[in-house]
Ligand binder design. Sequence first.
Ligand code: KG4
Ligand code: ZN
Length: 337
Amino acid sequence: MLVLAVETSCDETSAAVLRAGDAPAAPEILSNIVLSQDAVHAPYGGVVPELASRQHIKMIEAIVGESLSRANVRLDAIELYAATQGPGLIGSLLVGLSFAKGLAYYFHKPLIGVDHLEAHLEAAFLENPEIPFPVLGLLVSGGHTSLYFLEEPLAYRRLGRTRDDAAGEALDKVAKFLDLGYPGGPVIERLARGGDANKFPFAIPRTKDRSLDFSFSGLKTAALKHVRENGISKSSPALADFLASFEEIVARALLENVRQAVDETRPRSLVLCGGVARNTRLRTRFQDYAREADLAAFIPSPKLCTDNAAMVGALALKRFVRLPSSGPDLDLDAYPR
Ligand code: KG4
Ligand code: ZN
């Protein structure tokens, strides 16, 4: 079975073609085209929703076309369409969802709408179809920081989420404050290299009720205080130490909740996903912890961590196999949160 998936929830226009083999083997990614809008939003230091949807409208047809030609597949051979339904920017989501609806309607093929956060988790299964359940998943992106417990495939239970900023958002905001560029995560990673992560003290944030929720706005405020009090700027010699310390505390804060969730839920495997999962320090801390806790750890390769349509297609396929539908569901609506 051939699947065409589109993903336009935020600032990446992406389309992918997947070929489903025999379950439980993972589908084969025939193409996974991702066009980043970073250059469009960089001057503003963050995503401008109106510009994002306009850019998706401009590019979606070319990106879908490119995904088909790279996969060497004709549109009339596609048997299943998939699109991200939410959460995300509503104007952006509607571009991909409407485009997929149009194609599914024209070719009389089923269309599956998937949740963006569940799709991020699916990226891990795409590369490792045999991850042992139950699974504890940590999703860390620009808009979300959440912990999930999966007793079995497709059974998502959210254990905790951020009460304010997402981890990626905190990185992006600190980078913006220092005028380092957008998106902040990769820039911070590059500039923190070689820095001393113990140089600047930070306290691990804790929610008062000891729940599994996250909070990153306090860390961001503490970071900005260090910046002001120590006169840290783009060009100061302390920049690498400061950024390494901040990156380190973000990773430790995330792991702190993973540790607590493992104690409470006793999973067999750990999954780390989302854009911030590209971060080498976080990947290393996550793997170190998994080894210490004697758990199997799975982290998608960097390309599958950030927003991409392959993860959307993979999740749609799993849902379709479980509950096949015949035609397109034209009532599918996008949801912002
Ligand atoms: O999952 P994603 O592509 O989009 C959302 O759904 O939000 O994640 C984007 C986030 C941004 O905050 C970006 O700064 C962060 O992922 N990011 C990183 C790295 N690469 C991307 N954060 C830390 N280190 C990186 N190497
Ligand atoms: Zn995402």
